[in-house]
Design a binder for this molecule. Structure first.
Ligand code: COA
Length: 191
């Protein structure tokens, strides 16, 4: 892949990448969360992708899971929830974020999912503009209340009022049945 003279690859996270996902300590509080997510990814229940530049390392990431919907009935269109999208500051505005999103959307289309969803904090105007430019639309307000256990074992409560954004990836097929694409139970609201 080549964009703006930067060559990078998008690949699955490997276990040895987990420390790098802490971004030099900035996200160490998510250590347990990412470890659990990695376990789920190994089971095919979640997806963790990184953008890597040879000789430099991981410069971006995108995680995804099938959206929770415990009331899914036959004919309901399943969605996927994209989260923890980030690109290191020095490598932004070079197309890496767009490529990560495209990679996730391609995966979803190939697996018959028709919607991608994500939450973005209301004050994150740059990210909102970024997602809008990629075809995502604000569909509703989300309280953005969630909890996680940090690297020290303490429960952390988060409150980040957010927009739920959504993109339809493909035209609806009336022949679609949920049984073809079982969704994975939610683990929590992740950012
Ligand atoms: C949001 C984020 C992931 C975008 O990643 P990115 O790699 O900068 O994304 P891209 O480079 O593909 O696109 C960003 C902008 O650069 C532009 N761009 C894309 N390729 C470009 C290129 N080759 N040259 C110049 N500009 C380019 C895009 O048009 C886009 O413009 P826009 O913001 O006006 O829509 C990144 O800014 C980030 O990590 N932010 C902090 C974390 C965050 O807010 N994450 C979202 C949480 S919901």
């Amino acid at each position: 892949m080549e964009t703006s003279n930067i060559k990078y690859i998008i690949r699955n996270v490997e276990i040895l990448d987990l420390p790098a996902l802490e971004w030099n300590g900035e996200y160490k509080h998510f250590r347990r969360l990412y470890k659990e997510l990695f376990r789920r990814a190994e089971n095919g229940e979640a997806f963790m992708w990184v953008a890597e530049i040879p000789d430099i390392g991981i410069v971006g990431q995108l995680f995804m899971q099938y959206a929770s919907n415990r009331k899914i009935i036959i004919g309901t269109l399943p969605k996927a929830y994209i989260f923890s999208v980030r690109v290191k500051p020095n490598f932004r505005n070079k197309g890496i974020g767009t490529t990560l999103i495209s990679h996730a959307e391609k995966h979803l289309i190939e697996h018959g999912l028709q919607y991608a969803t994500l939450n973005v904090i209301k004050s994150n105007h740059k990210a909102i503009r970024f997602y809008e430019s990629l075809g995502y639309k604000i569909v509703r307000h989300e309280d953005g209340k969630w909890t996680y256990v940090d690297h020290k074992g303490n429960v952390q409560h988060v409150h980040e009022p957010s927009w739920r954004m959504e993109k339809q990836l493909a035209a609806r097929s009336d022949e679609y049945t949920y049984q073809n694409h079982p969704c994975i139970p939610d683990i929590s609201m992740l950012k």
